[in-house]
Design a protein around this ligand. Structure first.
Ligand SMILES: [Zn+2]
Length: 83
């Protein structure tokens, strides 16, 4: 389950895909959607780059984030096809 982040770009995401970012330090999570990343001109970034740039927003934490892709429709297809 490591290769997909280096193969998928933000522009490959579906509009209703969500990226869940979970703080490795304090456990706080937040979600990113494609439109949000496009608005930051990040649509050509690979997902592992998005993960590396992500930082926890909890005051004083600034922990590294772990990213998961959440697809509302093709969950089983994603796990089987992209793992
Ligand atoms: Zn945190």
């Amino acid at each position: 389950m490591s290769g997909w982040k280096t193969r998928l770009r933000v522009s490959d995401l579906a509009d209703d895909d969500r990226l869940e970012l979970l703080c490795r330090k304090c456990g706080q999570s937040r979600y990113l959607v494609k439109a949000e990343l496009e608005a930051r001109k990040a649509d050509q970034l690979y997902l592992d780059e998005v993960e590396r740039r992500a930082m926890c927003r909890v005051f004083g934490c600034k922990g590294r984030m772990r990213m998961a892709l959440i697809r509302s429709h093709k969950v089983s297809a994603f796990v089987g096809g992209m793992a």
